[in-house]
Ligand binder design. Sequence first.
Ligand code: HEC
Ligand code: HEC
Length: 368
Amino acid sequence: MPLNNGLYITSTYFWDCFCIALCTILQGKDFYPGIRRFFYFHQKKGMKKLLKWTGIILGSLVLGVVIVVWLMQYKTFDAAYPDIRASTDSSIVARGKYLVMGPAHCTACHFNPDSMAFYNDTGKVILSGGTKFVLPIGTIQSPNLTSDKETGIGNLSDMQIARALRYGVGHDGRALFDFMPFQNLSDDDLTALISFLRTLPPVKNKVTVRNLNLLGYGVKAFLIKPVGPSAVPAKSVKADTTAEYGEYIANNVSNCRGCHTNRDLMTGAYTGKFYAGGFHMEGATDPEHYECVTPNLTPDPKTGHIYGWSEDVFLQRLHAGRRIEQSAMAWEQFSRLKDNDIKAIYKYLQTLAPVENNTGPILVKIEK
Ligand code: HEC
Ligand code: HEC
């Protein structure tokens, strides 16, 4: 027979909250039954008072944490507005279009899943958002980048967009989840991107960008901070076939490094050596049953995936595009890279220190 009913319910409730909070922090439900058993044990012994006070103290703690987490959701950050203004110069807009649809692969994330028209080069680039990212912290959807004033970026200034991309601070001051590693883009490339976005006709598509779960609120409260550039970004980076330009494209524009390095899915922090691969990414069209593991792109003779590839083989491979349907790599975009950009990336990858890291099969069927 439970203790007096009110206390029973209250303390059970607090215990449940506490257990859930603890399990969330410890990232496993395995502890839950044990903690519950402890509670029932004490209940049997009739330790009413202890129970009551433990309940009250833990309850207050949980409530405190909940309030802090809730308040932190509204935390805003300051960052300078880069002095970037969109241009209507056709060569700048053309550079922007190339970046958006190619190396910077904005189209890979900001497309509208209901319309695949972004592959079509004849001027119809739909960037009205809504692509879903299902993560342990909840579901995040890409916002609408068309010039629609209500649901797109039509009401944001050039400098607000530039600040979001360079400093990871959203238009409303909140920290953006670190999906977009464009912090080190040159002023000229940032200008080009925004100039092209301004040419997109308005498309009405209201997107709920963040749909976080309990864990997501916790992560957002304590772990997500705006990510800014690692050095003062260059005013201009000249396109070339050198390893230096390859490094700029691979690390700052195309994010080859972001996927070809192992990371913590919860926070995005790097856990592996750069370019040594091994990052598990869920299948692009069937995430329930498949995942892909990024190959090691360092020139390691034993485990380097592209070890022994000539520049020409690398070039042909990138242009050939997607071969594995479940691949998370933005092949539709990267296959559009100009030859010189691909050659520069190849040169850069050859300069990396070899890292021995056998990443196993690329496509993995998830056993349930
Ligand atoms: C890997 C996926 C991905 C890529 C690539 C990507 N985005 Fe995003 N973008 C997102 C997600 C997800 C958000 C929402 C993040 C958030 O609100 O925390 C976002 C948010 C934005 C925002 C809104 C910022 C604000 O103030 O709220 C802009 C503007 C933007 N992206 C522009 C771009 C441009 C331009 C590119 C290409 C250079 C690009 N994105 C490439 C996923 C991506
Ligand atoms: C969004 C994540 C992501 C990004 C960004 C990314 N890759 Fe990949 N890459 C993958 C995954 C996953 C695979 C394994 C599946 C496949 O082969 O498509 C892969 C495979 C490859 C392969 C092996 C292809 C083959 O057929 O053997 C090469 C080469 C490669 N990537 C190069 C690059 C380069 C160069 C860049 C930057 C321009 C890049 N990747 C950016 C995720 C990514």
